[in-house]
Design a protein around this ligand. Structure first.
Ligand code: F6P
Length: 512
């Protein structure tokens, strides 16, 4: 018997392919495929416009994907996510990042609020000078314990940091040395950010940072450390005083942890109010995601487009271009969120997935990327769905020409990808021909403040979850990172039985 999921996919495969030009014959298309998520701000409602009209999603496809979502029990899985059920079944855990924003099981929301209050006290005490003069923070973490803080500090603190924050993730000592060179040890604090408090890169960097403080005359280096972790007992063992340990719940996944105490450097750099604004922007998206059904649910609609391009059109990648310098780290952040969550090959039940899972996320910042990789987007042989992200309000105070040119270019690229044409004067030169009919979506923020950034991140979290539901996979584990880690440990311990190439490389580098 054919399952309702297979039947929904079959119907989707049978839907007629329409060009973007065909779809734009419908005068109501832009309105039908656009939507805003809003929240209250000082000057009235603020929010983000999501325009999916330049994708190939037709009425028929949207109805087909709605049927697929129903067959996959999207509503039930969303309820499980938001009520704190143990949906990460391979690890027997809930995934309660939304509780950090106030949406979730009551006890988890209360716990998050209490831990936020504790974090706020420490942030404000540092701002008030209770721990001596603090001008710099070296935030040490990796993966989800670094990418969110790096993105948010870069996006929000750019010219008004209360404390100068350096995020160091790589075990390559060059990264830490660069941070040392920019900081005065006498006025530097160290944040050790690790959910597990065991990650080798983070712990090695943390040891070296303490040594740097000691070598440079700081009498009590441990007294300059704040630990951000879901394993407070390990931080105590490591020598951090309990008053400077900011715990978070085990049910908050690493790549979803910016909302927890892992957000400490953000609050320290931009102040508590801006960190709270991030939580509020994310909460507006949570409420939209929780309360909206079918295609009107914007993260779910984005997942419909993702599945359409990867499964029905064979696109192996998805590109995201932020037309905003402050979001230059956004593609890096998304890579972990999407590829570590959905780069899987078995379903939640352990069966092989019968098609592609996460597309490869890549991207950059506009307009730079236009002068580098857009050639392929316009004329290459790969079809790459593109997301554009921009802010109506500028981030700079220079001549408005800067921001106007930035935005015009962003919108022109989407239009050109869709329209195509021929740049030759006679309109016939194949080298100058643009096939067009290439898809893009646009996310237009009113401004790029804490609330917009929080909303943008939460939108992508829910989009990632929705994709996982449509694929039947568990987005909350990441066993794929373990094998390489184990082999590195084996090498370090002098053991392991390696292939001839690896053995030769180790010998050449003097490591065996
Ligand atoms: O190796 C992958 C990973 O577990 C990520 O999922 C996580 O964000 C990162 O390592 C860091 O882990 P931790 O916060 O425990 O140091």
């Amino acid at each position: 018997m054919i399952s309702s999921i297979s039947a929904a996919w079959e119907a989707l495969h049978a839907a007629p392919e329409q060009t973007l030009a065909d779809l734009f014959a419908d005068a109501g298309r832009v309105e039908a495929l656009s939507g805003r998520i809003e929240w209250d701000a000082d000057g009235g409602p603020a929010g983000i416009l999501f325009d999916w009209s330049k994708t190939h999603l037709s009425d028929e496809l949207l109805a087909g994907f709605e049927a697929l979502a129903q067959a996959c029990d999207f509503a039930g899985k969303r309820e499980a996510l938001l009520s704190g059920a143990k949906i990460n079944i391979t690890e027997g855990r809930a995934a309660e990042h939304t509780a950090q924003r106030g949406v979730g099981a009551e006890p988890s929301v209360e716990e998050a609020m209490a831990l936020h209050a504790r974090m706020r006290m420490l942030v404000e005490a540092i701002h008030e000078g209770a721990l001596g003069e603090v001008k710099h923070l070296i935030h040490i973490g990796i993966g989800g314990s670094a990418l969110g803080p790096a993105l948010a500090v870069d996006a929000l603190a750019h010219d008004l940091a209360l404390v100068d924050v350096h995020v160091v993730s790589n075990i390559d000592g060059v990264a830490l040395e660069q941070a040392f060179a920019a900081c005065d040890p006498a006025t530097t604090m160290i944040a050790v950010a690790s959910k597990t408090f065991t990650t080798i890169e983070t712990m090695t960097n943390a040891h070296s940072a303490l040594k740097w403080l000691a070598d440079n005359g700081v009498s009590d280096p441990s007294g300059r450390v704040v630990a951000l972790t879901a394993s407070p007992e390990k931080a105590v063992e490591w020598g951090v005083d309990e008053t400077r340990i900011l715990p978070f719940s085990e049910s908050v996944g690493g790549r979803y942890s910016i909302w927890s105490s892992i957000g400490f450097p953000v609050a320290l750099a931009v102040g508590w109010d801006e960190f709270e604004a991030m939580l509020a922007g994310a909460r507006a998206v949570d409420e939209h995601f929780r309360d909206t059904e079918g295609r009107a649910n914007l993260p779910l609609r984005a997942a419909f487009a993702d599945q359409y391009y990867s499964r029905l059109r064979g696109c192996q990648t998805r590109a995201v271009f932020a037309y905003d310098e402050r979001l230059s780290l956004f593609p890096d952040y998304l890579q972990q969120l999407e590829m570590e969550s959905n780069g899987k090959r078995v379903t939640s039940q352990g069966e092989p997935v019968d098609g592609p899972t996460a597309a490869i996320t890549w991207g950059g910042v506009g307009t730079d990327a236009q002068h580098a990789v857009f050639q392929l987007l316009h004329q290459g042989t790969h079809l790459v769905p593109v997301d554009f992200i921009a802010s109506i309000a500028p981030g700079d105070a220079l001549d408005p020409a800067h921001h106007n040119i930035l935005l015009t270019n962003c919108f022109a690229q989407g239009a050109a990808l869709m329209a195509g044409g021929n740049m030759a004067t006679d309109g016939k030169d194949p080298a100058r021909a643009f096939p067009g009919d290439r898809p893009s979506a646009t996310m237009l923020c009113d401004d790029l403040d804490g609330a917009n950034l929080g909303a943008l991140i939460a939108f992508h979290e829910h989009r990632t979850f929705a994709n996982a539901v449509l694929l039947g996979i568990n987005p909350f584990d990441q066993f794929g990172v373990e094998l390489g880690k184990k082999m590195a440990k084996d090498i370090e311990a002098g053991g392991g039985d390696f292939d001839a190439s690896t053995t030769a490389l180790l010998a050449r580098a003097g490591l065996a």
